[in-house]
Design a protein around this ligand. Structure first.
Ligand code: ADP
Ligand code: GLC
Length: 488
């Protein structure tokens, strides 16, 4: 049965080729694990300038493919690899849209023509399926960039896709893809569909909303977030549309790619470790981390760390006023890794100079540092205002680094709050969006580190054996795909 299941998976980024956040992790891992489970998946992403073709053996497949966009014919090439994980990934090479300094933005800000760029990507992905004679049962689209595919499936009435259904995964409803409607003709959106039940929102184009309206099934990346987006705040205003599609909405928790995130095999960390060797392993990694971030070398002080895009979603407005209170009142060290909002880059990036030996920061993106930080820290900070799923709190637990989270979205689903009576838990939770709540929870974790060492040990062990396998998530996606096929 599974052998016959075919999925065309379209995304705007996929690890390890191109990644700006969790979407990249998921689009890299989910198709590979589905593939491993027997589903035939073909992933399509753009060939961005930053993608290293040699490193991943990405080779030319078609050199003059063509799609009609509005009145123009766009000619492009298609590249392909199935290295490093055996999963077929196709890259759409079109200089006008994808040979740029950034993925979504550059030094001058967000690319303003992204509705053009991604409508083209969706067209090219669907054309590729035809060129390969790959008739998908499912087109699986991800976030606003790829909602066009769900629409084209309905609006084109193309015989080739007559048995194809669509799944639209919402990774983050905070980003909706809002653009001027000048793209309608180019993207071949019928004027009738530039309407409330469709693309239109306050006179502009809202691509997230279009995905919600036109997809056959909608998923999001945790059960809790699936509930939250039914409300006006959680949905950023799209709750009415989701309410209307409630019966087709399901929350499926993301997994962790344990081929990449596993302390026993992680290539980026100096000392690999497992449940039995975590004490020595983490101690060695802590020493290297302290050296790398110019912190005082001290095995007996807890390190709190933070890795994220520096955006309001991640709670940076709570964290900024808390850091100095923490460092002035608790014996601890703090490490930051991230990039994003300019004020935050200046603020967090400036802290090491003000608190030498106690705070370390790297402003930028660094895959290897992110692994070392997970391995060498004691606690991981995720005070997110909202968090659809969140991956770092899962990585943290597997690395024996206890997360401190606000109980929202996937953070609430994946972290078990410490219970001092039973000594059970895998992290520390707070609920209020308040500086004091965050400060007090960091204090709670810090006190636990010094005063309840046995509880720390129990929690670390409990955290490290959590099952966040992609296999579990895949089974749910497969069930959903199969349900859709029987709709035929
Ligand atoms: P989001 O997708 O909202 O950014 P997630 O927690 O789902 O949040 O995923 C973030 C991913 O991006 C994780 O793999 C995290 O390690 C990574 N990441 C974020 N910022 C950086 C950075 N500056 N350097 C390296 N990795 C980063
Ligand atoms: C988004 C969300 C994050 C989620 C990721 C992958 O970027 O912000 O919470 O983990 O997508 O689904």
């Amino acid at each position: 049965m599974l052998d016959n299941l075919r999925v065309l998976f379209i995304a705007s980024e996929a690890a390890p080729y191109a990644k700006t956040g969790g979407l990249g992790d998921v689009a890299g891992a989910l198709p590979a694990y589905l593939n491993q489970a027997g589903v035939k998946v073909k992933t399509v992403i753009p060939l961005y300038q930053s993608i290293d073709r040699e490193r991943y053996s990405i080779n030319l497949l078609f050199n003059s493919s063509c799609v009609k966009m509005g009145n123009c014919e766009e000619f492009y090439s298609v590249y392909h690899t199935n290295i490093p994980n055996g999963n077929d990934v196709y890259f759409i090479d079109f200089e006008k849209y994808f040979k740029r300094a950034g993925i979504y933005f550059d030094a001058n800000g967000d690319y303003r023509d992204s509705a053009y760029r991604y409508s083209f990507l969706c067209r090219a992905a669907m054309q590729l399926a035809k060129d390969l004679n790959f008739k998908p049962d499912i087109i699986h689209a991800n976030d606003w960039q790829t909602s066009f595919a769900c629409y084209y499936l309905k609006s084109d009435n193309d015989e080739f896709f007559s048995n194809t259904k669509s799944v639209f995964t919402i990774h983050n409803i905070g980003y909706q893809g809002i653009y001027e409607p000048d793209v309608l003709d180019y993207a071949k959106i019928r004027y009738d569909d530039f309407s409330s039940w469709g693309f239109e929102s306050f006179g502009k184009l809202n691509l997230m909303k279009a995905g919600i309206c036109f997809a056959d099934k909608i998923t999001t990346v945790s059960p809790h977030y699936a509930q939250e987006i039914l409300g006006p705040i959680g949905s950023n205003g799209l709750h009415m549309y989701l309410e209307a599609r409630k019966n087709d909405l399901i929350g499926i928790l993301n997994g962790c790619d344990t081929k990449v995130w596993n302390p026993a095999t992680d290539k980026y960390i100096p000392a690999n470790y497992d449940l039995n060797s975590y004490k020595t392993g983490k101690a060695f990694n802590k020493k290297i981390l302290q050296n790398m971030f110019l912190l005082q070398e001290n095995p007996n002080v807890p390190i709190f760390s933070f890795i994220a895009r520096l955006t309001p979603q991640k709670g940076i407005d709570l964290l900024a006023p808390v850091v100095e209170r923490v460092i002035n009142s608790m014996a601890c060290q703090i490490v930051f890794l991230g990039s994003g909002e300019e004020w935050a880059q200046w603020f967090f990036g400036g802290l090491p100079a003000r608190y030498p030996g106690k705070i370390g920061a790297y402003i930028g993106y660094s895959e290897d540092k992110s692994h070392l930080i997970e391995a060498g820290s004691d606690f991981f900070l995720m005070p997110s205002i909202y968090e659809p799923c969140g991956l770092n709190q899962m990585y943290s637990q597997l690395y024996g680094t206890l997360p401190i989270v606000r109980a929202t979205g996937g953070l609430d689903d994946t972290v078990d709050n410490y219970n001092e009576q039973t000594s059970i838990g895998t992290g520390f939770k707070f609920w209020d969006i308040s500086v004091d709540a965050l400060y007090n929870t960091i204090g709670w974790a810090n006190a636990t580190y010094y005063d309840r060492k046995d509880d720390m040990h129990n929690m670390i062990r409990e955290a490290m054996i959590k099952d966040y396998s992609w296999e579990k998530a895949c089974a749910k996606y497969i069930k959903l795909y199969q349900e859709l096929i029987t709709w035929k």
